[in-house]
Design a binder for this molecule. Structure first.
Ligand code: ATP
Length: 568
């Protein structure tokens, strides 16, 4: 049950609503028993045609119980559902708290559909935890024990039958049903995960599948896994209904036993016949309320797995003490003998890298495709940790620096930047949500996107923008942020040469005093850089300024020669 520890802690936050749900649940349960007991007594008593005044108290009790029962049920539903929705929001928040600091590693390990299935499906199944697993058994046991105690005043034998009935409907049958359901639940859970993985793949790959004419095949596969999932769900629901029916059958049988025993007691002269109908009515009610107990272990098992899937990600995150960066000045970075491998990759993609990027300096990282340039930038952004060596920012080990404070101080343009569904304004506001329309228009003009207004629509993932427009919008976003450290990974690769030259000119003016790390395949304009780092197959093979590297006639010189030959 340790998987549920986090969930139980989150549930406990709603202590007030828990107590209120239990209180009103017990009130409604006891008044139900009282209502039906009193009704049974009233029927028997009325059959003896006594004077009406002798029945007035019982009639009043029936009315009162009926009224309190309705009120109690309403309040129980109100507080238990209010608690459930608040608990669900605690669970979601907690899941995101766990997920957020380790997103890059988690995305390497889990597919987005799987994460989606966790955050929607598993969180949804946990809504049953409080509503069906946590508090109803407490209410049921209190109501049952009170009924048994009340019955014991009349007959120990009847009390014993109630007790045995309680054990049957709330322990033995639920455990039996749970053992039958374990397998089908597992397959429903797995099926749900697989289905959302397949669905997201289909959505992301829609265009390519269409071009390669694989859409139909993929859709057929998707439809068949949907059918399979629906069948599994149907099987599971059928099993739940069978469990509930079996419980109801046993509960009604127990009522028959109570009836037979009561008749026998009356005949033997051990009980007044007036109470016969009362016990029949009480047993009908109390056992009926026990019906949902059949599903408690089923939901418990389901919740246990859901909690395990949600919070197993917690183990991936190792909490440690971190300190924020305090300065707003340009940052400096260093790497000392850094070796890095992606999780489960056969070999390191960076080997023994040492470099220094002083504050305010301009550094270019160049090298063939796949040589590890972007990986260096990921490590400088603390998106992941090197297995060996040390990455530092402003002299502090980056592992001990609070990530948010680092990201706040760096303007980042990646090879691919994400744009959200909404407007240009929404997409710019993620850099500075206080920016005015005027400031936004100004940066749009600066990146040569003056034809856009902040109110223009942006489709999901920026699908209605060209590659170059996306890059310029990313630059506009970075300008708005106004930090003094820049990390640019091929920022203008999709922009035409003329626009690129104009944007670069503007950029170097803005960033004149800032720290700039530029990853590029373009070897033009590198004369202005303080240092050029050349990467090859995960190793740093050369570093120096333009003149030094040209004089050295090493890797950079050779790359320049190749460029000259190609460009002519
Ligand atoms: N998530 C990942 N998991 C495993 N290997 C990866 C991952 N991302 C990149 N790699 C591998 O790491 C190596 C370095 O990749 P990186 O993106 O750093 O290269 P790059 O020099 O920036 O290339 P490019 O110029 O094409 O962008 C490549 O061989 C790539 O296949």
């Amino acid at each position: 049950m340790k998987e549920l520890t986090t969930v139980v802690k989150l549930v406990a936050k709603e202590r007030r609503d828990i107590w209120l749900s239990i209180f009103f649940g017990v009130l409604a349960g006891l008044t139900t028993v009282g209502l039906f007991g009193a009704s049974g007594y009233l029927i028997s008593k009325a059959a003896l045609t006594p004077p009406l005044y002798t029945l007035i108290i019982v009639i009043a009790m029936v009315k009162l119980f009926g009224f309190i029962r309705g009120l109690g049920r309403y309040a129980e539903r109100l507080f238990s559902h209010r608690a459930t929705f608040t608990i669900l929001s605690h669970i979601r928040t907690r899941f995101f708290d766990v997920l957020e600091p380790r997103v890059p590693q988690i995305f390497q390990k889990y597919r987005s559909g799987d994460l989606l299935s966790r955050v929607i499906g598993d969180v949804e199944s946990l809504q049953n935890f409080f509503l069906r697993v946590y508090y109803p058994p407490i209410v049921l046991v209190i109501v049952f024990l009170s009924t048994i105690l009340f019955t014991a005043f009349f007959s120990w034998m009847l009390a014993l039958i109630f007790f045995l009935g309680l054990i049957m409907v709330s322990v033995i049958i639920p455990l039996f049903m749970a053992s039958r359901q374990r397998k089908s639940q597992q397959s429903v859970r797995e099926g749900r995960g697989e289905l959302s993985v397949a669905l997201t793949e289909w959505m992301y790959g829609f265009r390519d599948l269409k071009i390669y004419q694989r859409l139909k095949k993929q859709e057929e596969e998707l439809a068949s896994s949907m059918n399979e999932h629906e069948k599994q769900q149907e099987r599971q629901q059928l099993q739940i209904v069978h469990g509930q029916s079996l419980n109801t059958f046993v509960a009604l049988t127990a009522t028959w036993v109570v009836t037979a025993a009561s008749v026998w007691l009356v005949q033997a002269g051990d009980m007044d016949g007036l109470f016969l109908a009362m016990f029949i009515m009480i047993s009908l009610m109390v056992f009926e309320d026990a019906g949902p107990m059949a599903t408690v272990p089923v939901y418990l098992e389901d919740n246990r797995h859901a909690a395990e899937r949600l919070f197993s990600l917690e183990e991936e995150s190792s909490p440690r003490t971190v300190e924020p960066l305090e300065t707003d000045a340009p940052l400096s970075f260093a790497m000392e003998r850094v070796t890095y491998s992606f999780p489960e990759a056969p070999a390191p993609v960076l080997r023994d890298i040492s470099l220094s990027i002083p504050a305010g300096s301009k550094t270019a990282i160049i090298g063939a495709s796949g040589s590890g340039k972007s990986t260096v930038s990921q490590l400088l952004l603390a998106m992941d940790e090197a297995q060996d060596g040390r990455v530092s920012v402003n002299g502090k080990d980056i592992v001990g620096v609070e990530q948010g404070s680092l990201w706040d101080r760096v303007n980042v343009i990646l090879q691919e930047n994400h744009f959200f569904y909404g407007t240009i304004k929404d997409n710019l506001a993620i850099a500075d949500d206080t920016a005015t329309g005027e400031a936004m228009n100004e940066v749009l003009e600066k990146v040569q996107l003056a034809h856009f207004s902040p109110e223009d629509r942006v489709e999901e993932r920026g699908d209605n923008l060209s590659g170059g427009e996306k890059q310029r919008l990313a630059l506009a976003r970075a300008y708005l942020k106004q930090s003094h450290t820049w990390l640019l990974d091929e920022p203008f690769s999709s922009v035409d040469a003329l626009t690129q030259a104009e944007l670069s000119e503007d950029f170097w003016k803005v960033a004149a005093e800032d720290t700039v790390v530029l990853i590029s395949h373009n070897l033009k304009g590198l004369e202005r850089m303080d240092q050029i780092i050349v990467m090859d197959h995960g190793e740093l093979v050369e570093a120096g300024n333009y003149d030094e590297l040209m004089e050295k006639k090493g890797h950079f010189y050779e790359l320049k020669q190749v460029e000259r030959e190609i460009v002519g």
